[in-house]
Design a protein around this ligand. Structure first.
Ligand code: ATP
Ligand code: MG
Length: 257
């Protein structure tokens, strides 16, 4: 089971868009994909036109359950069609640390939860809130790979160092290093700010930065308004093409097979 976390504590950089788009592209290869909404604001959940209030169970119920039953996992798992599944978020996720603060291993709840799935999904993608907190720590601890979308604009790298430091601090206490891939997003080749930000990212973070970039593509907003992943709505969109390229570098063996 490939588990990837999409994280950056900066808001509006394309985390949810990256989760949805990569998820749909992976699912289109014919294997089941689980998307996890770790953001109490539930952007991923509302992307698919679900509201936490109307749901039987959410990720919060899974993470706070004293005893996790297959029935509970089933009732929290939404079938979105096209091989995509989702564990939706709820506002209460924001209070997880207050509610479970005394429980040992608070940062490992999601990791333990995913171990229970026993490889049910080929891929799991976790969408993080723009906050360096217990939810992001859970997502980082649970994954093998971290994707960090960064908007190519002025001061793009501000804050990035802090996140990478948090990650390397965590890795000292966890087994196995996580592969970090910085994904330049909303790249506008006509602006100097975009070009300079990209150059700065590459100088500062070297081969952690994906060679390509996701261009500005207004179709992403259209897709989100239609509640459909862009690869399903407009497979030919240039934004989709960019994420396909990204997948090729993340899954080199599968692509060449
Ligand atoms: N490549 C792109 N081109 C144009 N618009 C984009 C692109 N990627 C994302 N967007 C738009 O930018 C906005 C923010 O994107 P998104 O919600 O994915 O960011 P986020 O990092 O998840 O935000 P938050 O931190 O609030 O969770 C959305 O309206 C989305 O449709
Ligand atoms: Mg988001």
């Amino acid at each position: 089971m490939n588990i990837w976390t999409v994280a950056n504590q900066k808001g509006g950089v394309g985390k949810t868009t990256t989760t949805v788009t990569l998820g749909a592209l992976l699912a289109a290869r014919g294997e089941p994909v689980l998307l996890i909404d770790m953001d109490p604001h539930a952007s991923l959940t509302s992307y698919f036109d679900r509201t936490p209030e109307e749901l039987q169970a959410t990720l919060f119920d899974l993470m706070s359950a004293q005893k996790l039953t297959p029935g509970l996992i089933d009732s929290a798992t939404l079938d979105l069609g096209n091989n995509l599944y989702m564990w939706p978020a709820a506002m209460e996720l924001a209070t997880l640390d207050r509610q479970l603060g005394t429980r040992e291993g608070l940062g490992l709840l999601l990791k333990q939860l995913l171990e229970k799935l026993d490889g049910l999904y080929a891929h799991v993608l976790i969408d993080c809130p723009p906050v360096l907190g217990v939810l992001m720590v859970n997502a980082l601890a649970a994954c093998q790979r971290v994707l960090v979308p960064v908007q190519t604009e002025f001061l793009a790298i501000k804050g990035l160092e802090r996140m990478l430091r948090t990650l390397s601090m965590m890795e000292k206490s966890l087994k196995g290093a996580r592969q970090v891939t910085i994904v330049p997003t909303m790249f506008d080749k006509r602006t100097r700010a975009s070009l300079e930000a990209l150059q700065e990212l590459r100088e500062e973070f070297g081969d952690k930065v994906w060679q390509g970039m996701v261009p500005v593509d207004t179709k992403f907003r259209d897709a989100s308004r239609s509640h459909v992943p862009l690869p399903l709505l407009m497979p030919q969109a240039r934004g989709v093409f960019a994420y396909e390229k990204l997948l090729e570098t993340l899954l080199p063996t599968e692509v060449n097979a």
